[in-house]
Design a protein around this ligand. Structure first.
Ligand code: FAD
Length: 495
């Protein structure tokens, strides 16, 4: 039987993988190939933290394939040319891949499919990443949704997601597959030469990432299992507290396709069936599923508005009077977590150390950047893109345009988060501040959110000198809020 190519991108798993399943149909030999072609992501090639993740996730996939007797072929170069080359080398009769939904990918993949079909090759793409592909959910008049609640209601009216696919049991490799260096590789036991892709940082800043994450399908399943057992039932409450492991932390695994939303959906249903679908447990489960819904909504918005990552959805905001920031002084202080506003700094340090930040804190640091510092949301979006292990074009754009008030179903611009109040509410015992800003850990909890308001004796007892151990606030929260509202007045008509 002639083999099929399984072209891998952000679907780094074996289970519930429609492209792999179709390639391996009826015991046909499969050639799994990862083609490194970051330029095909257009202006949004993965950032450093994503690359770190990708390296380790590819390694985990290579190991899982090797355990089943399949080598992972890793190549660099233009995808279409490489696929054509591989077909010539291996005599493959078909190519299968799972779809991506970013505008540059859609354009690229359409060309690939057309070319392969024109050459008489059996080319198929599949959905592995979403419960509902963006074009399948439409308003009554056939349009796209601009608000989450009706979008999610429309999703819920669709049939329940199909059960996830299992790992094909009869995976078989053909003879003669070649590795990155072009050498023929034996059918099993191969470690792909990933170092050649240069995905890892040259100066090692990834210690915190290594301590926090286990990239790969097994890591994703372990996270899912742990979350189901310990946090799903209390998600409604737990999800708001950044110091508590109350959310799933599945976002980088979902982004890299190490787990599918169908698998998550099924795990939630199993949990409800086992422990009872009622009361707080049901509310928490529904709320968690609706977060998976926000991910789908982000893809829906991006699909219908390809300019979404760069331009405000509400065009009024194109003229927003942002603040001048010579030498990126304000931006730099925000990036380094040196604004003197503890909740903002704690979040930025959590991000830099672990590649992830709690959602509540993402909203707070975003609001601070866009409103108190009045810097463009695109600057925050770019920094998140570089530093998040879950950096996702659709969700990141949605998050930043939500914060900026310019997006789909966004927070109104005049809602300026007060980081002190947010900290008092969601980090009442100051545990999050103490974790990420050890310099402030000696302060009593009630002074950790605003140390500049603490009496000198309290600061002295805690060994904190502002300006030495921890910065003075970069801006006055009240004045900067007023300035933001005044700036908003300038563009308000029609905003
Ligand atoms: C400014 C800003 C930028 C963001 N950038 C990203 C990003 O680049 N990538 C990303 O995955 N999320 C992003 N988010 C959304 C959200 O913060 C993360 O998805 C969430 O914190 C991930 O943690 P979790 O897996 O524990 O989430 P959980 O609470 O356990 O939620 C489960 C899953 O639902 C999805 N989800 C949850 N909230 C959202 C949301 N608001 N929008 C879209 N999907 C959501 C994620 O896939 C998440 O893994 C951003 C939010 C903001 C405010």
């Amino acid at each position: 039987m002639r083999p099929a190519l399984y072209w891998i991108r952000r679907d780094l798993r074996l289970a519930d993988n429609p492209a792999l399943h179709a390639a391996a149909r009826a015991g046909r030999p499969v050639i799994p190939v990862y083609i490194h072609a970051p330029a095909e992501a257009g202006d949004w090639a993965p950032g450093s933290a994503s690359n770190w993740w990708l390296h380790h996730s590819l390694q985990a996939l290579a190991d899982a394939l090797a355990a089943r007797g399949l080598p992972l072929i890793v190549r660099e170069g233009e995808s279409l040319a490489t696929i054509v080359e591989l077909i010539a080398e291996t005599g493959a009769e078909a190519v299968h891949w799972n779809r991506l939904y970013e505008p540059a990918r859609i354009e690229h993949d359409t060309r690939v499919k057309q070319r392969l079909k024109a050459e008489g090759i059996d080319a198929h793409s599949h959905n592995a990443a979403l419960l509902h592909e963006p074009w399948t959910i439409q308003t009554g008049t056939g349009g796209d949704y601009k608000a989450f609640t009706p979008f999610w209601r429309a999703c819920r009216r669709q049939a329940e997601p199909a059960p996830p696919l299992s790992v094909p049991t009869d995976l078989a490799a053909p003879d003669g597959a070649r590795d990155l260096a072009g050498a023929v590789v034996p059918p099993a036991g191969i470690t792909a030469p990933l170092d050649a892709l240069d995905l890892l940082p040259r100066v090692d800043w990834a210690e915190g990432l290594r301590r926090t994450w286990q990239p790969g399908e097994q890591g994703a399943q372990d996270r899912l299992g742990g979350f189901m057992e310990t946090a799903l039932a209390d998600y409604r409450e737990g999800r708001e507290q950044p110091a508590v492991a109350g959310t799933s932390r599945l976002s980088p695994h979902l982004h890299h396709g190490e787990i599918s939303p169908r698998q998550i959906w099924q795990a939630v249903q199993t949990q409800l069936a086992r422990h009872g679908a009622e009361g707080d447990r049901l509310d928490s489960a529904e709320m968690f599923l609706s977060e998976i819904g926000w991910r789908e909504f982000a893809q829906h918005v991006l699909y219908h508005h390809p300019e979404f990552p760069d331009a405000p959805l509400n065009p009024r905001f194109a003229d927003f009077p942002w603040q001048e920031d010579p030498g990126d002084q304000l931006l730099g202080a925000w990036q380094r977590g040196e604004t003197g506003i503890p909740l903002v700094d704690a979040g930025m340090r959590e991000l830099y150390t672990t590649g992830w930040m709690h959602n509540r804190v993402r909203m707070v640091v975003g609001s601070f950047l866009v409103k108190n510092l009045r810097l463009p949301w695109q600057a925050g979006e770019a920094w998140f893109w570089e530093t998040l292990v879950d950096a996702d074009l659709a969700s990141n754009s949605l998050g930043w345009q939500w914060v900026a008030g310019s997006g789909a179903d966004a927070a109104p611009y005049f809602r300026v988060f007060n980081p002190i109040r947010q900290g008092e509410r969601f980090d009442a015992d100051g545990a999050y501040i103490a974790q990420w800003l050890p310099a402030l850990a000696g302060l009593p909890a009630k002074h950790r959110q605003a140390p500049w308001q603490a009496p000198a004796s309290v600061l002295g007892d805690a060994g904190v000198t502002l300006g030495v151990h921890y910065p003075h606030p970069l801006v006055d929260l009240k004045e900067s809020r007023q300035a933001a509202l005044a700036a908003f007045e300038q563009i308000k008509k029609g905003a």
